[in-house]
Design a protein around this ligand. Structure first.
Ligand code: NAD
Length: 295
């Protein structure tokens, strides 16, 4: 049976490391990392994501501003708000929770964030830096979390066949580029597959590391998994509601059978999800070091 890679445990370890860095920043600069989370409207999923981010930031001793705005805020008002935080020296990270209401142009808003405070790593400048392998940028949090999990699980990436299912701008595309870069936790041979791919199964079967970010429950069958491989299941699918009212979640991989074949596998929940939050905190701490060091 496969080793279960626990994102929850890895997150705890990363947050502990970050606590040490927050203390070192305080010692050296007499201040703490500052994060603002901007939430527009009351979309329940967004509210719960933001709540968890705020709680985690406060737990690390960050200066945290939770800036909640009404659903009907205008685009200009939101852009002015971002400008305010761009110019606030106590803020090192700006997170705008997506999706935004339809009357607001998401791309315009993301592009308005100072790239050096874009701790979500969604700004085109940071995506460009990521492609160039420039370490001055911020990696998008979910792909960064996936790579961190692979490294911490002790999986060899150099020369490994990596297959990524999905080509979205927030997961599949960036993780494909990152795993193919030169460097630690990368140097892999990457195949990115998607809805138009022929023989999805044949590609998956070759993967030493299989990363699945499709958003389709049970898409990946146990017999598609190479024995002993590492399987990272990014999918978060609501498949029902428990009697308690809590959402029942499943990944994109048939976990119960897949874990008898894979060497290492991530669960859902408790896998990639917690890592995403940890990487947001890590980016914010990195941003604080850079801003304070440059002052
Ligand atoms: P998306 O819908 O934007 O992209 C899905 C991709 O999968 C597409 O590129 C599509 O080509 C591919 N795909 C879909 N069905 C396929 C099929 N049958 N065969 C082959 N390829 C197929 O989704 P996304 O934003 O990349 O998210 C993917 C999943 O990851 C979702 O379940 C999402 O909830 C989850 N997710 C989790 C986290 C986290 O932190 N754990 C973060 C982001 C997304």
């Amino acid at each position: 049976s496969a080793e279960i890679i626990s994102g929850t445990e890895m997150r705890a370890a990363i947050l502990e490391e970050l606590r040490g860095e927050v203390a070192a920043i305080k010692e050296k600069y007499d201040t703490v990392p500052g994060l603002v989370t901007i939430l527009v409207g009351e979309n329940p999923a967004s509210v719960s994501y933001v709540t968890l981010k705020v709680k985690t930031a406060l737990g690390l001793g960050f200066h945290e501003i939770q800036d909640n705005q009404p659903e009907d805020i205008t685009e200009d008002e939101l852009l002015a708000l971002i400008d305010k935080y761009n110019n606030d020296p106590s803020i090192h990270g700006i997170l705008v929770q997506l999706p935004l209401p339809k009357h607001i142009d998401e791309e315009k808003v993301i592009t308005a964030i100072n790239p050096d405070k874009d701790v979500d790593g969604f700004h085109p400048v940071n995506l460009g830096r990521m492609v160039l392998g420039d370490k001055d940028g911020f990696l998008p949090c979910t792909p960064a979390g996936i790579q961190e999990m692979i490294v911490r699980s002790g999986t060899e990436t150099s020369g490994a066949e990596v297959v990524v299912v999905g080509r979205s701008n927030i997961v599949g595309k960036p993780i494909s580029i990152m795993m193919g870069q030169k460097g630690v936790g990368a140097n892999s041979t990457v195949t990115m597959v998607h809805t138009r791919t022929k023989n999805l199964e044949e590609h998956c079967k070759r993967a030493d590391i299989l990363i699945v970010a499709a958003g389709v429950p049970n898409l990946v069958k146990p017999e598609w998994i190479k024995p002993g491989s590492t399987v990272i299941d990014v999918g978060v699918n609501r498949i029902g509601t428990a009697p308690s009212g809590k959402a029942l979640l499943s990944g994109d991989v048939e976990f119960d059978k897949a874990k008898e074949i894979a060497g290492k596998i991530t669960p859902v929940p408790g896998g990639v999800g917690p890592m995403t939050i940890a990487m947001l905190m890590k980016n914010t701490v990195a941003s604080a070091w850079r801003h304070l060091g440059a002052e």
